[in-house]
Design a protein around this ligand. Sequence first.
Ligand code: BT5
Length: 344
Amino acid sequence: MENGWQLVDYKILGGRIRMKAKILRLLNHTDGYISGQELCEKMGVSRTAIWKVMNQLKEEGYVIDSVSNKGYQLVKSPDLVTSYAIQSHLDTTCMGNQIYYYKELGSTNIKAKELANEVDCHGSLIITEQQNAGRGRRGRTWVSPSGSGIWMSLVLEPSFLPAHASMLTLVAAMAVAKAMNQVTNVKAQIKWPNDIIVNHKKVCGILTEMSCELDFIHYVVIGIGINANTEEFPEGIRKIATSLAMQVGQKVQRAELVAAVLKAFEDYYDLFVQTEDMSLLREEYNELLVHRNKTIKIMGQEEYQATALGIDKLGRLIVQCEDGEEKSILSGEVSVRGVNGYSN
Ligand code: BT5
């Protein structure tokens, strides 16, 4: 298992993973102690080099037990979202192939766009501890305090036509819901099109932006904001917002969740590009839909109530009106609410 894993590790990360990430990864994947000798052999470096990295990790808050004749054991990891913390959990071939970590940014979407304007960066991830100008859709604000959330943007450079790109928000929503359900055991659901809901409250929002010509996509940036360990929200959003920690009653390891989101996104994205629509994902998306078969309020140019049936293969929400007529609605045209509040 371990040899197999080591091979996968080097192959997947194309040799780019840094030593710290590799060592952390080995520690993460070892039950009990791993000997200094084994680490040296696997890493192809000296004992002193290993010892230096262990000291660096300890300084950053990793609790590592070192016992002579036994080796090293990772006892506890701090809740970091540095590139190597994420890479130490990552199991993808493309998504997260480059990870850019910042202590502070205006907005990861803006940084991602700057990067994508300069270099080819399909699969790159921009992540920060804190956003000072976090953005929601249509100029709204995204509250992004320091150290507690996951504020990140994934860059894609797809070869399909721009008309298909809005569905990537739905693909990302599925990935976030799946990763949350895997890592924390909460029941995360999707409020069409771009919110993730736990217990009727918003735990994540997604903002997809694109640079394109009429028939050509330069890049797409998928911005994902997850309230992971947030303990308190400002008055204005307290009623609608929640965090995973509030729901689960304990802190979430953000790096593990980020890696799980990237893995789930990669798997769903592979299916998406096969048909360039939601054909292969629709059924699973609809199972995650918080309003499925429930009455919702649709607010746009007119306001009406209808039953949400699920999405079609183009990601439009199909609703059945009170007179029995079925309509398909596009995101951007309307906003959707539960009849009893934000999502219920
Ligand atoms: C969204 O917009 O939900 C998209 C949010 C995307 C945030 C990510 S973080 C990384 C990347 N970089 C960015 O700058 N943005 C992306 P929308 O559906 O328009 O919802 C915005 C509304 O959600 C606000 O008007 C508030 O009512 C509410 N809100 C703001 N901050 C929130 C938070 N932390 N948790 C829950 N709700 C929040």
